[in-house]
Design a protein around this ligand. Structure first.
Ligand code: DGL
Length: 275
């Protein structure tokens, strides 16, 4: 592991706006840290693409983030975590974490009846990584996956509370209700924005696990144990939070401002294919 500046930013990336739910948790839980966020808005969705493609995209994004001298990277996308985390971790000289292990751990801790549902993109659910991660922790756990491909476009259209979203969510969740799960992992970065709909449809007896929340805790611990946590006495140079996308910077800025605690003033567009 190379010598890294503990006051450098953390790199966070996703296929688009979804990873902002992870960035938001990092901002809440480790407010002293700086973040460079990249959303691959030109090439989303990731959820329906192949593993090879997602590994290639992730490598390019990591090369870009390294030009910003980040000290650690969070893959704030379930699909990219599922497909690329192991590969890029093995190649990287700085710590890289994904969202899946933290979510899997929290779900295993939360369940009482050992029956856990996982909702996510086709890629994440199809990869079986959540099932694998949870069974490693507790082999007798039963995991029921349900892809919810229509949730991402509904969230991107801002339809967090809408009868169309209710109808589609009911269809997806009915499959899981029949499995008597007591815990549900929101295994896609967009889904925490549908939390109140999911809560209403599932009732109070099902624990909802938000891997974004757990990932921020994991990042905080990682930075502390590796001596990479920012020294808040050192003055902040430049913007604390920087945002980059591969397309549609203004649309991203509007969405980010609507879900983050502070206004996002600027998003820069870069050509990710150059990295
Ligand atoms: N951010 C992705 C995830 O968490 C969902 C959006 C996409 O398919 O690109 O899996």
């Amino acid at each position: 592991m190379k010598q890294t500046d503990r006051n450098a930013p953390v790199g966070v990336f996703d296929s688009g706006v979804g990873g902002l739910t992870v960035a938001r948790e990092i901002m809440r839980q480790i407010p002293e840290e700086r973040i460079v966020y990249f959303g691959d808005t030109a090439r989303l969705p990731y959820g329906s693409k192949s593993k090879d493609t997602i590994v290639r995209y992730s490598r390019q994004i990591i090369r870009f983030l390294k030009t910003k001298d980040v000290k650690a990277i969070v893959i704030a996308c379930n699909t990219a975590s599922a497909y690329a985390l192991e590969t890029v971790q093995a190649e990287s000289d700085i710590p890289v974490i994904g969202v899946i292990n933290a979510g899997a751990r929290a779900a295993v801790q939360a369940t009482h009846n050992g029956r856990i549902g996982v909702i996510g993109t086709e890629g994440t659910v199809g990869s079986g990584v959540y099932t694998h991660a949870m069974k490693q922790l507790q082999p007798e756990i039963e995991v029921f996956g349900q892809p919810c491909p229509l949730f991402v476009p509904l969230v991107e259209e801002g339809l967090f509370h809408d009868f169309v979203t209710d109808e589609i969510a009911s269809r997806y969740l009915n499959v899981l209700k029949g499995k008597y799960i007591d815990t549900l992992v929101l295994g896609c970065t967009h889904y925490p924005l549908l939390r109140s709909t999911l809560r209403r449809l599932l009732g109070e007896d099902v624990t909802l696990v938000n891997p974004a929340y757990e990932t921020a805790i994991e990042l905080k611990e990682l930075l502390m144990t590796q001596g990479l946590n920012r020294d808040s006495a050192v003055p902040m140079e430049g913007e604390q939070y920087q945002f980059y996308v591969s397309d549609l910077a203004e649309k991203f800025t509007d969405f980010a401002t609507s879900i983050l605690p502070n206004e996002v003033r600027e998003t820069k567009k870069i050509d990710i294919e150059n990295y």
